[in-house]
Design a protein around this ligand. Structure first.
Ligand SMILES: [Cu+2]
Length: 267
């Protein structure tokens, strides 16, 4: 299932691409309209640190030591996800707005290892298309992206059809899309909630954003979550959520002398 090389457009006996499976139940026709309401391209990659940039006095930044010794951080759309100090679902009003960012709203002068609570807002009941592009391209590695809260339909996956392109990236994926070369298939695309993005390839997902809330969308390798390979898909608004129950357990800063609002802990 889902061969790493992502050769999905030719018949083969040694593997089946998820995009070639068929859903066992009907797919909402709205999901299959040619133009989704929201289209989100999410390239992801590793940033390789120079040790002198990583190990600075009075900092405590997350990183992973990859096989081979590189010290890396993960970026999705050039942002490394850092978890908020309290859950947005129940304590959004206590979180400073500048904690959050996304590709359209990056903090001013954010460095190459830009960190924030990466969050993308989508309207309730909109049809959302997400295109994940593997810019990591480490040998024999693919990233299983998992979405909480709602399944998605896999409408496309593969590698660039352009043989001159050795490595896919966001710019090339956008170019392919403009030229109609990112293939989508609308005949019963399968429902999934986790999908490995092909090495040096892309996947195209569709979903109906009908479950309001803050939903984590992340690579399921635990070490990759910790270094920021994820983001929050925020569906709807606070008004679409039921009120927080009285005396609901609270989380956040555990030092009793510090009152809300809670700010990110500075080390
Ligand atoms: Cu990963």
């Amino acid at each position: 299932m889902n061969p790493l090389d992502a050769i999905c457009n030719v018949k083969r006996n040694d593997g089946v691409c998820v995009s070639n499976l068929k859903a066992a139940k009907p797919v909402d026709q709205a999901i299959l309209q040619e133009r989704p309401d929201v289209k989100i391209f999410l390239p992801f990659r590793f940033h390789v640190y120079k040790p002198k940039d990583l190990f600075q006095e009075n900092t405590y930044n997350n990183f992973l030591v990859a096989p081979g010794g590189d010290h890396v951080l993960s970026l999705v759309d050039e942002i490394s996800y850092s978890a908020p100090p309290a859950p947005p679902l129940s304590q959004m009003h206590e979180l400073p707005p500048d904690l959050f960012c996304n590709g359209d709203n990056r903090p001013a002068d954010c460095p190459v290892d830009c960190r924030c609570t990466h969050m993308i807002d989508v309207p309730l009941n909109s049809v959302v298309e997400i295109v994940l592009v593997d810019e990591v391209q480490a040998p024999n590695l693919s990233h299983p992206f998992h979405l909480h809260g709602t399944p998605y339909n896999v409408v496309g996956m593969g590698r660039s059809p352009d043989k001159n392109i050795k490595k896919i990236n966001l710019k090339h994926a956008l170019d392919l899309d403009r030229k109609g070369l990112l293939h989508r298939q609308y005949n019963l695309p399968p429902f999934k909630d986790t999908l490995a993005v092909p090495n040096n390839g892309y996947v195209i997902l569709r979903l109906k954003a009908d479950n309001p809330g803050y939903w984590l969308f992340h690579c399921h390798f635990i070490y990759h979550i910790v270094i920021g390979m994820g983001l929050v898909i925020h569906i709807g608004t606070q008004g679409d959520l039921p009120p927080v129950p009285p005396n609901f357990p609270r989380c956040g800063h555990h030092l009793p002398e510090i009152e809300p609002p809670y700010y990110p802990i500075q080390y």
